[in-house]
Design a protein around this ligand. Structure first.
Ligand code: NAD
Length: 258
């Protein structure tokens, strides 16, 4: 494959929730195709290690600690990236958390935490990064939704609400910022083997092995997603291959929603 096939060489990508799972796999893939990747996460130890691993493979990566629920933090980090890199071409708003509870069982602080990380975080970082993108030549923003942003799910009320919010926030952002040559799309993963998915077994008091097996068979392709499966979808949305795609969602779920 031609080296600059994706037309992303030396472009700058910001990835949130990049210390683990889907965020890490995406940071790795974007770095492999030539982007300079800034990994953001609240977990400093895992985030530093993640960036080091990518650097040691010979690609360009930097970790900056960022809590996406903090406006001050998002603003300062965006400014720091602008100072160091000049502009930002790709933003993957991916950090998210889940609580497997009904509205009756959710404590108010648990409801707030899920909405703050998974929905408000998308708004906050975009608020500070979009003006930087717009000063350059535009860019591509990818928000992580979920199959459960498109349909309901059991015992995940705040998460379903947050992810449905992300799906429609994506469309609103696409409409507002298309004229600045900024495309905004959503990736909706199905069950993907990450620490988040495994934590759900514990939250539901289920044995992890059987929970993962049940999740895997519940779809035409009859296996769990890998973080790399999702990263490939993000790469498509980040790259010129999706040059006329905006305001929509890409479902990557082994056919689960079908
Ligand atoms: P993960 O737990 O492996 O990774 C999430 C990362 O987000 C962690 O590194 C965590 O430290 C970070 N994070 C949490 N709070 C943060 C904050 N306030 N600021 C910055 N970073 C923060 O989970 P994952 O499965 O890779 O999930 C990534 C995204 O994919 C989430 O939005 C999740 O809802 C979504 N998703 C996952 C699945 C799945 O089955 N794994 C399915 C659909 C959607």
């Amino acid at each position: 494959m031609e080296m600059d096939y994706f037309k992303l060489t030396n472009k700058v990508a910001v990835v949130t929730g990049a210390a683990s799972g889907i965020g890490y796999a995406t940071a790795e893939l974007l770095a492999e195709v030539g982007l300079r990747v800034i990994l953001l996460d609240i977990d400093e130890v895992k985030g530093m290690q993640a960036a080091r691993t990518i650097l040691e493979s010979g690609y360009q990566a930097q970790f900056i600690k960022c809590d996406v629920t903090s406006a001050a933090n998002c603003q300062a980090v965006s400014e720091e990236i602008k100072q160091s890199y000049g502009n930002i071409d790709v933003l993957f708003n991916n950090a998210g958390i889940i609580k497997r509870k009904t509205v009756v069982d959710l404590e108010e602080h648990e409801w707030d935490a899920v909405i703050d990380v998974s929905l408000k975080g998308v708004y906050l970082l975009s608020k500070y990064i979009i003006p930087i993108m717009a000063e350059g030549t535009g860019g591509s923003i990818i928000n992580t939704g979920s199959g459960w942003g498109l349909k309901g799910g059991d015992k995940a009320a705040s998460y379903c609400a947050a992810k449905a919010g992300v799906v429609n926030l994506t469309k609103a952002m696409a409409i507002d910022h298309g004229p600045q040559n900024i495309r905004v799309n959503c990736i909706c993963p199905g069950d993907t083997d990450t620490p988040l998915l495994r934590s759900e077994a514990q939250q539901l008091n289920l044995e992890e092995g059987s929970f993962l097996k049940d999740s895997a068979v519940n779809r035409p392709l009859a296996r769990l997603g890998t973080p790399q499966d999702i990263a490939k979808g993000v790469l498509f949305l980040a790259s010129d291959l999706s040059s006329w795609v905006t305001g929509t969602e890409l479902i990557v779920d082994g056919g689960g929603l079908a």
